[in-house]
Design a protein around this ligand. Structure first.
Ligand code: NAD
Length: 498
């Protein structure tokens, strides 16, 4: 049996009881309580900021050579890998995600730290082209203190995506995980501490958005906030950031289209569409939640999709064959169910799911059946609003132009999946749709070296990739005189003077 983290906060390198409002982590498969802990108050946050400021300004950190700083990132990566089973268990308890998925997320977080260590060691600064008698350089400095605010759906992976590049860049990082999933981020703190990172450079401050989240955005010493979460929160945060002219990166929501053309490999399309919407129980920003099927194959494709969906294994996240685990929380299930009821009221036809599963195995958990809804236009609420659950809207389309127009007629622009054997068509359609990521004949594939982010209401900025580290740095230009002479502008006044 693996122990869950105790529930103390990691405040600038010290384990302390929080003094903010209480938060409760539950295991959503049966509602049992994992931990009740006191979240971070503003006072806790202020202590963390003070310690971060001192640690970040310390030459022992600030002046580390790139290859020396990278060693900390490699040590954290090793620590995550060595503790992958433990992290996986904690995250499954905290979020209800399947053990298989949480293990993959842990390994991906380790890879992220290792990648940004390598980026740090291999990034160049530039000798720029000279236009006068000065050598010109473009170099990068750390920003100082970075706030990282993450959601509950893939905590260890989204934490790593912010913490690794921000530390690599030489900053101190204050991480605020979501209140429903505080435990795995506290476990990350334990690993970072064991890796020997100087105290103060990293804090983990779970707690309420309005309390500790706001502090991280508003405090004058925080130089950048990297946020992943809902569009409404992101918009509010951007307003606050504008007030102090602080850069923010925003990874927000989505209502991503998946498109199946009549010439697609049907098995590949069925598997990809189902994985795109129902893995992670649909709690994924990139969930392919609007499916467009070309009209000649629409009836046949949708009926097979429904048949396979009904056979998906809904169950306890600790069971090896579970494909669809419970939702994160009972409140979230209520919100998913409300969206489905609204779709029903709008005239949607529920082809499968649309309710909680029956039976003793499910009675205590926040389960909801994979749901497919037909008969709604692309303008319906179900096709516009993010549900963040296992709910798929299916629609027919008639032509390339039609599906491009319908896909783009949405406020979000995060991801797109399309299935066809015609590569030039995939190229045309992929380029014409407003989206941060395109998957052709696959879905939810990721590489840390490939940038990720959204268009329109899905966000601002990109994470991952070599440039991911630069987002946490300030560019500085340095001119150094090579002429060895006084500036001619001052010479007339200087002549004859003492
Ligand atoms: P959320 O917006 O409610 O919360 C995200 C984080 O912001 C949490 O830590 C929360 O406590 C904090 N927060 C809330 N109010 C705040 C405030 N006023 N100031 C500062 N921080 C505040 O989102 P959620 O429900 O935790 O997560 C689900 C959302 O996240 C979905 O919309 C999903 O699409 C999005 N998401 C996006 C990506 C992406 O990369 N684009 C990835 C995962 C999740």
């Amino acid at each position: 049996m693996i122990d869950l983290p105790e529930g103390k906060l990691f405040v600038g390198g010290a384990w302390e009881e929080g003094t903010g409002p209480e938060i409760t982590s539950i295991f959503p498969a049966d509602g049992s309580v994992n931990r009740v802990l006191r979240g971070a108050s503003q006072a806790d946050g202020l202590r963390a900021i003070e310690r971060a400021r001192a640690a970040q300004a310390d030459p022992a950190w600030r002046n580390l050579k790139a290859h020396e700083r990278a060693k900390y990132l490699y040590a954290i990566a090793d620590g995550i890998e060595a503790n992958a089973d433990r992290i996986s268990f904690i995250q499954t308890r905290d979020t209800g995600k399947t053990l298989k998925e949480t293990k993959a997320l842990a390994m991906s977080a380790a890879g992220t730290f290792r990648y940004f260590g390598a980026v740090l060691e291999t990034s160049d600064e530039a000798l720029t082209v000279q236009r006068g008698d000065a050598m010109t350089l473009s170099v990068y400095e750390p920003l100082g203190l970075v706030g990282a605010i993450t959601p509950w759906n893939s905590p260890i992976a989204s934490d790593a995506q912010k913490v690794a590049p921000a530390l690599a860049a030489g900053n101190a990082v204050l991480l605020k995980p979501a209140s429903w999933s505080p435990l795995v981020s506290l476990e990350l703190a334990r690993i970072v501490e064991a890796a020997g990172l100087p105290k103060g450079l990293f804090s983990v401050l779970p707690g309420a958005g309005r309390e500790i989240g706001n502090l991280l955005v508003d405090h004058p010493d925080i130089a950048r906030v990297s946020f992943t979460g809902g569009t409404t929160t992101g918009r509010q945060l951007a307003r606050q950031a504008a007030e102090k002219l602080m850069p923010v990166s925003l990874e927000l929501g989505g209502k991503s289209p998946t498109i199946v053309f009549a010439d697609a490999d049907i098995d590949q399309a069925i598997a990809g569409v189902l994985f795109g919407i129902f893995s992670s129980t649909g709690q994924s920003c990139i969930a392919g939640a609007r499916l467009f099927v070309e009209r000649p194959i629409y009836d046949q494709f949708v009926s097979r999709l429904v048949e396979v969906t009904k056979r998906l294994k809904v169950g306890n996240p600790f069971e090896a064959d579970t494909q669809v685990a419970p939702l994160i929380h009972f409140d979230h299930r209520e919100s998913v169910a409300e969206h489905v009821e609204a779709a029903r009221a709008d005239g949607g036809e529920i082809l499968c799911g649309g309710r909680m599963p029956e039976g003793a195995d499910y009675a205590k958990g926040a389960y909801y059946l994979p749901t497919i809804i037909a008969g709604l236009p692309n303008t319906a609420r179900m096709c516009r609003e993010e549900v963040f659950g296992p709910v798929l809207a299916v629609l027919p389309f008639d032509s390339e132009e039609d599906v491009i127009a319908q896909s783009n007629d949405n406020s979000y622009g995060l991801a797109l999946g399309l299935w066809t054997k015609d590569f030039p068509k995939a190229w045309r359609v992929g380029r014409a749709i407003s989206t941060g990521t395109v998957w052709v004949n696959t879905y939810k594939q990721f590489s840390i070296s490939t940038p990720f982010g959204g268009e329109k209401d899905s966000g601002i900025g990109r994470e991952k990739g070599r440039e991911g580290m630069r987002a946490y740095m300030a560019q500085k230009s340095i001119y150094t005189d090579l002429s060895g002479k006084p500036h001619p502008w001052a010479l007339p006044a200087m002549e004859g003077a003492a």
